[in-house]
Design a binder for this molecule. Structure first.
Ligand SMILES: NC(=O)c1ccc[n+]([C@@H]2O[C@H](COP(=O)([O-])OP(=O)(O)OC[C@H]3O[C@@H](n4cnc5c(N)ncnc54)[C@H](OP(=O)(O)O)[C@@H]3O)[C@@H](O)[C@H]2O)c1
Length: 262
């Protein structure tokens, strides 16, 4: 019997794979059989994730990339990805956040968030779409990591939330546009809820364990999200099991968005 969840023979690009949800996605995709092309700015952190992927028997490439740099993104897709043999899956995950009231946010901070989360992601999406259209492979698909913030307001995250809402709108436009490619390219998003990563700052192992095990009465499933809670649904969206899903958002938030008490 064929395994529709298998990614054997596929190659996935994962942006922002040096930590957090990107690192978790790279490992989940590799477990399902995919070879992995990772990019981010911190090479030693990426190499540590790459070691785990090699131990699973997969090929892996780590590329140092600041996705705010348009020409570097072009070089990454047109040279590094092509030389590795192309890619079937893109997980556009890299992003930055800040908890700040908009009245306290500097122009530099706005640029950092908008340039990374929106413009940088658009650069990656544009170049990958060109590559996928030219490759003409079956089953190609894109997953954009947005946020639960795009669907419900959370305090002091206005600029960040704007970029994530923009990515949701972009995802639906791309899903329509890339359905005109032959073969068709699926585009979806995964919207994580509160997830234990470095986004809100680095944690010691003790702080990590405490946060992981903390009871979270405000989240219907009772705990904070972990990177593997995001990686496995990303691997599902990337697989043939999701072959009739495009233009959709998979909300993976433990029910956080159901809250009625704010
Ligand atoms: N954690 C949450 O609660 C949560 C909730 C909803 C959505 N998200 C989304 O999930 C995604 C991953 O975040 P995370 O929580 O896993 O945080 P994280 O551990 O800080 O990961 C962010 C990743 O983005 C990369 N990155 C940042 N700026 C970059 C740039 N200019 N160029 C290339 N790569 C860059 C970082 O790598 P380098 O620093 O090495 O470049 C890192 O690998 C983000 O898009 C975030 O908005 C997170």
């Amino acid at each position: 019997m064929s395994d529709v969840f298998s990614l054997n023979g596929k190659t996935a690009i994962v942006t922002g794979a040096s930590s957090g949800i990107g690192a978790g996605a790279a490992i989940s995709l590799a477990r399902q059989g995919a070879d992995i092309i990772m990019c981010a700015r911190r090479v030693p952190e990426m190499e540590a994730v790459a070691e785990k992927i090699r131990a699973l028997g997969r090929r892996v490439l780590c590329v140092k990339l600041d996705q705010r740099d348009y020409s570097a993104v072009k070089k990454f897709i047109r040279e590094d990805v092509k030389n590795f043999g192309g890619a079937d899956i893109l997980v556009a995950n890299a992003g930055v956040s800040a908890r700040q009231q908009i009245v306290e946010t500097t122009a530099e901070e706005m640029d950092r968030i908008i340039d990374t989360n929106y413009k940088g992601t658009v650069y990656i999406l544009q170049e990958t779409a060109k590559l996928m259209i030219s490759q003409k492979r079956a089953g190609q698909n894109i997953i954009i990591v947005s946020s639960v913030n795009a669907f419900r307001p959370l305090r002091s995250q206005a600029v960040y939330t704007g970029t994530k809402s923009a990515l949701e709108a972009l995802m639906r436009c791309l899903a329509a546009d890339l359905s005109e490619a032959a073969p068709k390219i699926r585009v979806n998003s995964l919207a994580p809820g509160a997830t234990l990563t470095e986004l809100g700052g680095k944690k010691t192992p003790e702080e990590y364990e405490k946060a992981k095990n903390a009871n979270k009465p405000n989240i219907p499933l009772g705990r904070i999200g972990l990177i593997e809670d995001m990686g496995d649904p990303i691997a599902f969206l990337a697989s043939d099991a999701a072959r009739y899903i495009t233009g959709a958002t998979l909300l993976v938030d433990g029910g956080l968005s159901l809250r009625m008490d704010l």
